[in-house]
Design a protein around this ligand. Sequence first.
Ligand SMILES: *Cc1c(COP(=O)(O)O)cnc(C)c1O
Length: 392
Amino acid sequence: MGEKHFVYMDHAATTFSKPEVVEAMRYFLKEHFGNPSALYSIGREAREAVETAREQLAKGLGAEPEEIYFTSGGTESDNWAVKGTAFARRKEGKHIITTPIEHHAVLYPCEYLETKGFDVTYLPVDGDGLVDPADVEAAIRDDTILISVMYANNEVGTLEPVPEIGKIAAEKGIPFHTDAVQVIGKVPLDMKRAHSDVDMLSLSSHKFYGPKGVGALYIRKGVEIDNYMHGGAQERGKRAGTENVAGIVGMGKAIELATADIEAHNKEIRKLRDRLRKGVLEIPHTRLNGHPEKRLPGNLNFSFEFIEGESLLLMLDQARICGSTGSACTSGSAGPSHVLTAIGLPPKIAQGSLRLTLGDANSEEDIDYVLEVLPEVVEKLRAMSPFYKPTT
Ligand SMILES: *Cc1c(COP(=O)(O)O)cnc(C)c1O
């Protein structure tokens, strides 16, 4: 392939599709384009492929195939879980518990529900972005109908105590949803054992080396939820719309690959990550955001004092390094990230943040290169800042 033309360190925003994934999809984009609901052979073949992918998803999550519902991605899965549960259970109560560090795909549906008469409690998080299960317990009321806490934060990488929170929810008989978009292939999931108290779980294919625009919502058997998409009888009448066959096939292959050897893969990524972390923290007036240990293997989120994150990104882009400030979803909107604000960073510090997320596109050479470029760029930007006085 010749020389790499950029260093990609934004795996939390999206990932490339693995060659095996693209190969599996190609077949269903070309001559085998049948509608899975059709009765002739190319339709039946598409149906079989969708059901095989459902089995692959179920295996990856330690779930039953009937508990997997295909969606258009993480955003739809989160919207469905939150609004679908709220509408299905609104006669039993109108109280929802969540956190202020959720992805907007959970937060904005909650805000929307507040305009429809629902009441939402946003739990406190500590300086590392951790939710305390005791706070979940204390927030529960007689009219609580849903608890939604993300598995890992997409900006600062902090891993939440999901099994513990699930246990509390189960004891009180409250449905529990988790946005697990960032943890597929990084945390082993088993819906029958360690995660037997999780009732709904969102995932998105393009975060684990599958195609964009496809995802799934795990819904435990017996959990009450309203439809989100109304129309045809697809997905056992729960999610209308002709299936994204090629996307679903790609996602099935992707989860198989992503969950094949999670520990070995994490070890490799963590090794790269820890070297980068050590090197970047040698830059003066720099802090690491998120929990020091309880974090995603590939996630680093730094704040550099006296610097504007946007300028930093632009200069890194000139050096062909792809990183992000906050998250891809909030770039373009003004103001500091809601996550960095919630963990208590003053706006000035939050504005000077950089997220670097490592994954399969990275090598030791990438770390060398970033450690060569980043300190120089930070120094250059600080030299331009009227607030910065070098301590010599
Ligand atoms: C990316 C992401 C989403 C949104 O998923 P899409 O498939 O891009 O819609 C939701 N939650 C988290 C934590 C994410 O990282």
